[in-house]
Design a protein around this ligand. Structure first.
Ligand code: GDP
Ligand code: MG
Length: 596
């Protein structure tokens, strides 16, 4: 295809602002999906995505569109909508020359959309601003047009008004894509270079890799090379999705499509990497490649210990489709055999856990998630801590924690409560801008550990649900951080150790000892539950002794009943965990970890 008739674009939108619905309508308007084949959210293939209404994996679709007698090929590249997948969003944007900025005309722009808009502007993408859902009675397009015009520096009249639901304005939008977005440019005679913007594992076909060709041409059956690793593969198939995969004779400058090499693991075909021809390789990679970096770690354990091999196989399978998922085996006194797993963020954690439970039929318990700390010991050696139990004993020089830049958009009446919340979470204010008279953008530099857990829920509840949040990892700072251990009769219960700021250590200790006191049954002797920082005890509870004799209920007589009771008691013991001398039912640990 001649690059002059290609247009590559993506849709930037907040969750629920109507991206999938609009994409569906475009597929219909361009005729690539027949009305009888249309099912809602055609492109959202995965069940979890469909149920949660979020898009995890991006995809590209090629659509024909004619304007003034010329036939164009529009490539729509779907971007993931959630903050945990920022790097994937950035690669999707890098594959495009333009972006549709889609904003719900009853809601206005939200923080994540704003962050992605800035990312698109930094990448010099042409921006097409669009107000969606204008059919809604509550839509207020004039008000939000002014806001968007102020942000991107256009006239409010230039902003298109559409409804993905009724189809109003969608054809004008497709015309605008052709007119406003530049055609791709690149050197057709240079050695081939294509950027990977997505990589998906398919049970039948192996890894399907989505690429945008920058220079040269990729042809079927040639040998290709991944520039980050130098690994070579044979191209078994190359083609475009429209939206079903269609093999083609190759992909040339500006084209977007998929390739299949028979590799079985997305780690061999990584988002951001450059594909070149092995015969005549390019010298320089396309910029912007990064390895995915897990930000949040948590221990995952099967509730039934005999499920451990199933969990291991399940993680091995999910890893094929998720280059950001890392894990290694871990054992815990309280929870048995499991894995320490690294995630991009909390949503990523939830998605993986849900898939493990749903697709592999596992019952899991996870330990409280933590971020990654760099601990410098007195002898200057540095330890990277992904698990509180690895926190070094003895004298410590300093502890560095990861930080985040957070952007919050709220109605101005909530500025006070947002600032109070951020300050309480050790944030430093970096700036504030009014988007309009009623809405502000507030920026904070804040510890990642404070933001990745309950922050968003607290923010929502303090702002009646109006606030939106975006964050990205941004450097680190040294802080007064300590490890709090929870001890049962002097023995540390590993799953409950936590790294917290000094000022929060006492509250954590009181909360955890109190909870365990309620959950652990009384024993034959008194059991102290303590919270400690090193050897210093900061909180304590006692479980009082009880003399439990199951046989005393039977008044001597019935032997078979006695035997039954004894057997029952033995069975109960199987699910008991020994912490030192103390017997604890595993349910107690699970309950302590799962509530709140
Ligand atoms: P996404 O999360 O951005 O992909 O949003 P969806 O396309 O899933 O839409 C979110 C919700 O908004 C769904 O309930 C849609 O039916 C609804 N919706 C999407 N577009 C429109 C529209 O133009 N008008 C109205 N009234 N509702 C819409
Ligand atoms: Mg969607």
């Amino acid at each position: 295809t001649d690059p002059a008739v290609i247009r590559n674009f993506c849709i930037i939108a907040h969750i629920d602002h109507g991206k999938s619905t609009l994409a569906d309508r475009m597929l219909q308007s361009t005729g690539v999906v027949q009305p009888r084949d249309m099912k809602a959210q055609y492109l959202d293939r995965m069940d979890i995505e469909r149920e949660r209404g979020i898009t995890i994996k991006s995809q590209a679709v090629r659509m024909p569109w004619s304007l003034n007698g010329t036939d164009f090929a529009l490539n729509m590249i779907d971007t993931p909508g959630h903050v945990d997948f920022t790097y994937e969003v950035s690669r999707s944007l890098a594959a495009c020359e333009g972006a549709i900025l889609l904003v719900d005309a009853a809601q206005g722009i939200e923080a994540q959309t704003l962050a992605n808009l800035y990312l698109a502007m930094e990448n010099d993408l042409a921006i097409i601003p669009v107000l969606n859902k204008i059919d809604l009675p509550s839509a207020d397009p004039d008000r939000y047009a002014a806001e968007i015009a102020g942000l991107i520096g256009c006239e409010p009249e230039d902003i298109l008004r559409v409804s993905g639901k009724t189809g109003v304005g969608v054809e004008e939008l497709l015309d605008r894509v052709v007119e406003a977005i530049p055609a791709p440019t690149g050197n057709p005679d240079a050695p081939a270079r294509a950027m990977i913007f997505d990589s998906v594992y398919d049970t039948y076909r192996g890894v399907v890799t989505y690429v945008r060709v920058v220079d040269g041409k990729l042809s079927p059956r040639e040998k290709i090379r991944m520039m980050s690793t130098g690994a070579t593969h044979e191209l078994l198939e190359i083609g475009v999705s429209s939206p079903e995969p269609k093999p083609s004779k190759g992909l040339s400058v500006g084209e977007v499509g998929y390739l299949i090499t028979g590799v079985k693991d997305v780690r061999q075909s990584k988002v951001g990497d450059t594909v070149t021809g092995a015969g005549n390789p390019a010298q320089e990679q396309i910029g912007g490649y990064e390895d995915p970096k897990p930000m949040v770690f948590s221990g995952l354990y099967p509730i039934d210990g005999s499920d451990y091999p199933v969990l291991r196989d399940a993680l091995d399978k999910l890893k094929l489709n998720d280059a950001a998922l890392v894990y290694e085996p871990e054992t815990s006194v309280a929870l048995g055999f499991g894995f320490r797993v690294g995630f991009l963020g909390l949503l990523h954690l939830e998605i993986i856990r849900e898939r493990l439970e749903r697709e592999f039929n596992l019952d899991l318990i996870s330990t409280a998630p933590n971020v990654v700390y760099e601990v410098t010991k007195e002898d200057k050696t540095v330890v990277t801590v992904t698990n509180p139990s690895e926190f070094p004993e003895g004298k410590i020089n300093e502890v560095a924690e990861p930080m985040a830049s957070a952007t919050i958009i709220v109605p101005s009446e909530f500025i006070g409560s947002v600032m109070e919340l951020c300050q309480g979470k050790r944030g430093q204010m970096k700036g504030m801008d009014y988007l309009s008279e009623e809405r502000v953008e507030i920026r904070y530099w804040i510890p990642l550990a404070e933001i990745v857990f309950d922050f968003f829920d607290l923010l929502k509840s303090r702002t009646k649900g109006y606030a939106s949040l975006d964050w990205k990892a941004d450097g680190e700072q040294t802080s007064d951080l300590v490890k709090v251990d929870i001890l049962l009769q002097g023995e540390t219960v590993d799953a409950f150790s936590s790294i917290t700021h000094k000022d929060n250590a006492y509250a954590y200790g009181v909360m955890m000892t109190g909870k365990l006191k309620e959950l652990i049954p009384r024993q034959q002797y008194e059991v102290p539950i303590q919270a400690a920082i090193g050897s210093r005890i900061i909180a304590r509870e006692n479980i009082r002794a009880i003399r439990k004799d199951v046989l005393s209920k039977c008044y001597g007589g019935d032997i078979s009943r006695k035997r039954k009771l004894l057997e029952k008691q033995k069975e109960g013991k199987k699910r008991m965990k020994m912490v030192g001398r103390v017997e604890v039912p595993q349910e107690a640990f699970i309950a302590a970890l799962s509530s709140d």
